[in-house]
Every structure is written in C-alpha cells, then in structure tokens.
Design a protein around this ligand. Structure first.
Ligand SMILES: NC(=O)c1ccc[n+]([C@@H]2O[C@H](COP(=O)([O-])OP(=O)(O)OC[C@H]3O[C@@H](n4cnc5c(N)ncnc54)[C@H](OP(=O)(O)O)[C@@H]3O)[C@@H](O)[C@H]2O)c1
Length: 171
C-alpha cells in the first residue's frame, strides 16, 4: 500500500528554508509510530533537512543524480521505481514523507493520506498541492491542543481512497 504522510498549515504550507515551520512533538511521535518498520520515501532535499536515515525504517531517497550515495539508504531515481517496489512489497505500507515535489508526483497513486492539519498560518516556501477530497473518505481524526510541547492546535486525520477509484492491479 502506498500512503502519504504530511503536516500542513491552513495555507498548505509544509516547509521553510528546508525545515519544518513548527514544533509539534506529539505529531513527531505519531509519525514515528506510524512509519516504523515500513518503507519511507523522501526527496533528496527532505533527506538533507533530516540529515540522517531515520532508524527502524527502510529509508528511500529519490534523486536524479546517478552517482548519489548515502549510507544505510536505498537510492532510487524515478517515481516508477517506487511504484514497482510498492507492488512487489504488498505487506508493507510505503510512506511518501515529502517534500512538496515528491508529494505532487505521488498524489495520483496513493491509497491513503495521513494528514496533520496545523491550526496556524506560518511563513512557508513549500506547499502541499491541492488535492481532491471527493476521491477520498475520512476514516479517522483526532484533535490535539496546543501545550508546552506542541506550538499550535492540530488535527490528525486519515483519509482513504474510495474503493471504486483505487488503481486496478494490472499484474
Ligand atoms: N510538513 C511536512 O510534512 C514535510 C514533510 C517533508 C518535507 N517537508 C519540507 O519540504 C521541504 C522540501 O521539499 P522540496 O519540494 O523542496 O524538496 P523534496 O521534494 O524533498 O526533494 C526534491 C528533490 O527530490 C528529487 N526528485 C524529485 N522528483 C524526482 C523524481 N521524479 N525522480 C528522482 N528524483 C526526484 C530531486 O533531487 P536531486 O536534486 O538530487 O535530483 C529534487 O531536487 C523542506 O522545507 C522540508 O522541511 C515538510
């Protein structure tokens, strides 16, 4: 299964100067719990912003640079290679973890979206694309209140592609 996991604000902002525009400790805990023991797929710029492979996950970095290398990471060079992997590993959930360039290209293919809606408008230079909610059904949500560890209120939501719109498996 292919899923997107993202945190965006009220203007769909996701990043500023290659960092996250907020501190939400409970959101990071959710991210860790959900993605552990699965594959995570990120653009090379998002990897640069994290700076290291995330533990207990298979880290995939997408780059066009053919000679790119990072220890303990799988390097892929196209969206199609990730789609093939998802078909080959049906027992794993493969998480597209950003950034904007990568989300944009995978949106048509994902089965599920895990969205943290941050209740704020922060300065941002990267944005999550507009997506068609009518193609998805919300299957879960939880509200989190701002506190000493979470800079803003936020809502964590899970959306699943409507069954009749799932990509037909042509294998
Ligand atoms: N709020 C969130 O949930 C969240 C999550 C993740 C990231 N972010 C933020 O998003 C920002 C980074 O996003 P971004 O859009 O600038 O960069 P990005 O999507 O992380 O990475 C872009 C890079 O990915 C590679 N790439 C893109 N399409 C490709 C393809 N089809 N095949 C192979 N490689 C491909 C290219 O790498 P090369 O240049 O090496 O070829 C490209 O420069 C940061 O501010 C980060 O903090 C936010």
């Amino acid at each position: 299964m292919l899923s997107i996991i993202v945190a965006y604000d009220q203007h769909h902002g996701i990043g500023l100067k290659n960092t996250l525009p907020w501190k939400l400790s409970d959101d990071l805990k959710n991210f860790k719990k959900i993605t552990e023991n699965n594959y995570i797929v990120m653009g090379r710029k998002t990897f640069d912003s994290i700076g290291r492979p995330l533990p207990k996950r298979k880290n995939i970095i997408l780059t066009k640079k053919q000679d790119y290398h990072q220890d303990k990471c799988i390097i892929l060079h196209s969206i199609e290679q990730v789609l093939t992997l998802a078909k080959e590993k049906p027992h794993y959930e493969i998480f597209i973890i950003g950034g904007a360039e990568i989300y944009q290209q995978f949106l048509p293919f994902v089965d599920r979206l895990y969205i943290t809606k941050v209740n704020a408008v922060q300065p941002a230079d990267t944005f999550f694309p507009k997506w068609d909610k009518t193609q998805f059904k919300r299957i879960g949500n939880r509200h989190y209140k701002k506190d000493e560890n979470n800079q803003f209120d936020f809502d964590f939501e899970v959306w699943e592609k409507k069954a009749d719109l799932l990509q037909a498996d042509d294998t």
